[in-house]
Structures are given as C-alpha cells and as structure tokens.
Write a protein that binds this ligand. Sequence first.
Ligand code: SAH
Ligand code: AVI
Length: 331
Amino acid sequence: MMWTSNKALRQPEVIAGPDREFAASVIEGLSKPRKSLPCRLFYDARGSELFEEITRLPEYYPTRTEIAILGAHAAEIASGVDDSAVLVEFGSGSSRKTEILLSCLPRLHAYVPIDVSENALEEAKRRLTKRFPALAVRPIASDFSRPLALPPDLGKAQKLGFFPGSTIGNFSPFAARMLLGAMRRLLAPDGRLIVGVDLKKDARQLVRAYDDAAGVTAAFNLNLLTRINRELEGSFDLDSFRHEAIYDPREGRVEMHIVSIRNQAVRIRDLWFRFSAGETIHTENSYKYSIGQFQDIACTAGWLPGRVWIDDQNLFSVHELISNGVGTAAI
Ligand code: SAH
Ligand code: AVI
C-alpha cells in the first residue's frame, strides 16, 4: 500500500480516463492540506435528482420563495425584452423557474440553458420543447465559470441572462465578481441579468435548510463519494463519513462538509488519501448577502443595479442588473 499524507503521488495530468476533468478536480481537492471538492461535482445524474428533492423539502425555503417572487413579478421582469431576444440561463438544472419567465416571453428567439449536468439539460429540453413548441432550445453542457461562447448565429440578438437559485452564493465574493464580469461580457453589448440571491437570516433557519430532517441534503453531499467510487474506482466506505452543515457568521456563509468518522485511508485508482477522525472535506459554500452587499459586488463587475424583488418574509431576493456598457462594445 502506498501512502500519502496530504499529497497525491501523481499529478492530476497523468490520470487518463473518460473524465479527466473530474479526476483532476478530485485529486487536486483531496491533496490540499484542508481537503475540499468543488460543488459543481455534486451534479451527476443522481446528484441532480437529489437536488430536485431538496427543492421540495419543507426546510429548504429558497426554491419555493424564489418561484413565488418570479410568479408575482414575471411580467415586470420580462418587460422591455425584445421579441428577438435570447434567454441565457446559467446553472439551469430542471429549468422549472425558466418556465415562469418563458410564459411571459412567447416570441423569444432562443433559450440557451447552460449546465454541467447533461441529464438535467436533456430532460429540461424535452419538457420545454413540448410546452413551448416554437421555442428554439439550444443547451450548452459546460462549466459556466470557464470561458464560454454562445452559438455564433445568436450573436446579434439582445441577451437576457438568468441566474436563479442563489447559485451565485456557491462562489466566494471574489469569484462571484469575476463570474458576473464574465457574464456581462458574454451578454454584451446591452445585456441584462436576473439573479436570484439568498438573503442573510437566522443561523438556525439556515442550518436546518442544509441539514434537513429527512436526510436528503446528507444524501446529496455523500453522493459525491459514491460518484468518486463509481467513476474513479474509489474505495470510500459511505458508513465511515457523515454530512455536516454549519453557518459561519463571520464569512456569511453556510458550509457543507463531509466528516471522516474515524482514522482511515481511501484509495482512488492507485492513490491513497489519509483521513484522521474528524477531518473534513469541505464540499460547498453558500454565501448569504444583504441587498446592498450583493449590489456592491455586481457594481464592481460592471453591472448597474436595477430593480430588486423580495418576498414578504425577507428570505430571498431577485435582482435585475443592467450592463454599464463599459468595455464590452467590441465583444
Ligand atoms: N437553476 C436551478 C438549479 C440550481 S442547482 C434552480 O434555481 O433551481 C445548481 C445548478 O447549477 C445545477 O443544475 C448544477 O448542475 C449547475 N451547476 C453548478 N455549478 C455549475 C458550473 N460551474 N457550471 C455549470 N453548471 C453548474
Ligand atoms: C445550487 N445551490 C444554490 C444550492 C445552495 O443552496 O447552495 C445547493 C444546495 N446545497 C445544499 N442544498 C442545496
């Protein structure tokens, strides 16, 4: 048996296989002194299903609250959008929320859902094509945090970006600024972006939302180990790890971790990773913002804050951002 303390014996580049990116991200993350894995890796087919289950949990308020906000203000949100516009969605998942906007935009030129989950994209395309037969659905299976281009034939159309679900909260404030800047350039020259952002609130309510009584979020978190076992010949013993969700008020974020219950070693292909009892893999951050905090981040990314819609209980916010037009004319 070969051992590593916190360092993999081989560099990720030498790992061959059908999904080098997945292998590289896993090995890099588990080789860090404080183990972490990027949360985009949650979304294999089972992960996407489990996320959909999370959205129906009584404790997980964001989805139903955002749907209610969108339902109440869809016509207002869609006002001013050209008939020939293109709707570009980042992390579209099931595209359920999109249907609310699409019903107010009957003559839209095209809908471009972008997601790392091919299963989610296929399923959403099938459903939307049935419900909106005239709509061109043009999915892109990609990581939206990497350089991205829209299909060239959509180049001239006005672009409305849609980034619901508070997925922006899964990025650090710095990374969120970079991402919002890249989205502004992608939607140039006269882009508009509708972003769902979860609001700061009582820590107990937040922890309950990420550690539900039925254990669905735990299953979602631990499914990442199942994915590693299946796709990378991993040897994680699921009974030797547990789910944990905590709120860090200083950072303003919920953190999800996978905690090792005992001292153990795990093999991934021919690499070994050692875990001490209580050591964690940090799998997700979910930042919570005040309205002003989020607008400040958006401004530094070149967006002008527009209207903001919130629910009666101040749980969730939907922001309209308008490009300041600077530095995007040639793109
Ligand atoms: N927008 C939906 C789904 C949110 S779940 C909603 O509001 O309910 C987050 C979605 O983003 C998942 O479908 C996941 O597959 C996708 N996702 C997460 N990180 C991503 C990334 N870096 N690039 C592309 N898609 C990503
Ligand atoms: C997709 N994302 C915004 C969800 C969130 O709330 O951070 C993912 C999630 N993680 C646990 N529950 C839901």
